[in-house]
Write a protein that binds this ligand. Sequence first.
Ligand code: CTP
Ligand code: MG
Length: 402
Amino acid sequence: MNAGVRTAAVVPAAGRGERLGAATPKSLVMLHGRPLVHHALATLQQVDEIETIAVVVPHDAVSTIQEMARRSGLTKVAAVVPGGADRQASVACGLQVLPPGPDLVLVHDGARPFLSRPLASEVIAAGARAGAATAALPVGETVKRGEGGWALETLDRGSLYRIQTPQAFHRALLARAHEAAAREGFRGSDDAVLVERLGIPVRLVPGDPTNLKVTVPEDLALAEALLARDADAGRMLRVGVGFDAHRFGPGRPLVLGGVEIPHARGLVGHSDADVIVHAVMDALLGAAGLGDIGHHFPPTDPAYQDANSLVLLARVSALLGEHGWRPAHVDVVVLAEAPRLAPHVQAMRAAISGILHVAHDRVNVKATTTEGMGAIGREEGIAAQAVASLEPAPPRPRGAAG
Ligand code: CTP
Ligand code: MG
């Protein structure tokens, strides 16, 4: 899905990381279990405006990063190319391999793993409006100019900014700025300065203090600590509840928990009326904050006429994966006066846990009667209630297998 300004991203990640001093190129240094450059790429992959990504890497890392992109579902990474002698040359390499189409280019350093989607979108919007924009942070500390270990001058920090990436530019303008700089032998440490040299103003967009650049070993340690803290926060408990009830009717099979149960009557409904699976789906969607089954599978849609609810459950399971969740546990109570369900409970658990790709003991099903009281007691129908909890999982891109 694309939204807003059609954008191509260039990710310079071809530096050797001299100051980090690791044995591998900086982009491949592991951070929280993934190569450093993967962090920024995974975020750019999720920015709706971005259609295509060119990654610029050391020549000896091209195939490794190509393989990483392919295996981790970074479908927008259309080119992985070797870089140049400095950052400016590497960005120029990336610009050269962008496909036609997008009129805006977002440049983001592979060494900044904490890019957020909102920051990328804000810079894209500002770049589209102004022609050129960069994330920037006001300087909070006193800044002096010094030489040889002595302070020479105290600068007015009120007008000073620390410049981050992302930066966004009209594509033709950035190409022109790179050409002019190359022609004149100017080397800049970011792309905005190349545009400034053309006399074109660059819009400053409030940056993000946590959008740090990994430069020295201490930055890597800090980045690791921040990710560990976020992982702890992500382990919070997410719980959802679901309920469903259907009436008995003639000429219908009785399907409960994905299992067909011998009985004189079945439940009436638009789909197979599997109250257990419906309650489970609503509990899962509720825990993920994704609405309910009526929203995802409208009863007015003929596609769901007599639908096998296990197929819909598989769709819910995929949706959870796309949003970075996997089921931790599901518990169901079925309210039915008849038939006796205990002999079928294990088969139901197996059917549901199989679809959800979780262990058998993570899905519990139990049945009770209402001792003859009320509509359930009069055997007018069957109802089910479910509670589900979720745990964070690495987000799976839409349509990914497994
Ligand atoms: N970069 C690049 N090509 C180069 C040099 C740098 O693409 N020839 C990229 C880096 O990979 C990084 C960004 O530009 O994503 C900012 O550079 P920096 O943080 O300085 O990274 P390195 O150059 O790798 O580090 P160092 O200067 O310590 O060697
Ligand atoms: Mg460098």
